[in-house]
Design a protein around this ligand. Structure first.
Ligand SMILES: NC(=O)c1ccc[n+]([C@@H]2O[C@H](COP(=O)([O-])OP(=O)(O)OC[C@H]3O[C@@H](n4cnc5c(N)ncnc54)[C@H](OP(=O)(O)O)[C@@H]3O)[C@@H](O)[C@H]2O)c1
Length: 194
């Protein structure tokens, strides 16, 4: 069984971006020691154009071979003219409105999203599935999430886009690991308690 991991950047008060989802207030923390950690531990979570800019195109995937994004998150790349932002992973985009995929490497999931994720999780293989977000997609898939990797940046936003766009429900996770960085970033890994 492959794991579905929600790997996400958020503020101290649990927001993944401003009220519209813009996460650019977090970008300045991705440098030095923390960037080296991402390069070493999670190189596949950097988009293909970012990997190229950093000269780390050649790095092999460490944890994931598949990514699933919501349409709104994918559109950020589309607006830049990038149709396959994670070309080093199998790419799925959830959308009922996009219709035909703008790229042969990207598969659109329009119907039975949970069924598709269960099918991917049931595949053989050592690599997991990177749930990229955003908020609405994570809310839809909360019941399927096996692991959380939360990169917390030392900022308070006051209000913003929540980590999960879902209704109230208590879902338990157990702490599996914590890494702290000199710039105040903390990465916590939690496993689902079922
Ligand atoms: N901080 C971070 O690490 C991080 C990471 C990722 C994203 N983000 C931010 O998150 C924001 C976007 O989040 P969001 O919540 O607005 O949108 P989103 O979750 O990226 O996308 C929502 C869309 O996904 C599709 N979708 C959701 N559930 C579906 C289902 N069951 N079946 C089929 N399609 C489904 C729908 O597309 P259709 O409307 O086309 O049907 C829906 O409108 C962006 O601004 C981005 O910056 C932040």
């Amino acid at each position: 069984m492959r794991k579905l991991t929600y790997y996400i950047a958020c503020s101290l008060d649990g927001f993944i971006g401003d009220p519209g989802g813009d996460a650019s207030s977090m970008y300045s923390f991705v440098d030095g020691e923390f960037l080296e950690y991402l390069r070493t531990e999670y190189p596949e979570t950097l988009p293909t154009h970012g990997r190229r800019a950093l000269g780390i195109d050649h790095l092999e995937n460490r944890r994931f071979d598949t990514i699933i994004q919501g349409r709104a998150s994918y559109e950020l790349a589309l607006k830049e003219g990038i149709t396959s932002p994670y070309a080093h992973l199998r790419e799925y985009v959830a959308s009922r409105t996009l219709g035909e995929s703008p790229d042969p490497h990207v598969e659109i999931v329009a119907d039975d999203l949970v069924g598709k994720v269960r099918e991917l999780k049931a595949e053989e293989g050592e690599f997991g599935i990177y749930l990229c977000g955003g908020s609405r997609l994570a809310g839809e898939l909360l019941d399927e999430i096996d692991e959380l990797v939360i990169k917390t940046y030392p900022i308070v936003l006051g209000t913003g886009m929540p980590m999960f766009g879902s209704g109230f429900a208590v879902t338990r996770f157990g702490l599996d690991g914590v890494r702290t960085f000199n710039n105040g970033v903390i990465v916590r890994t939690y496993g689902r308690k079922r």
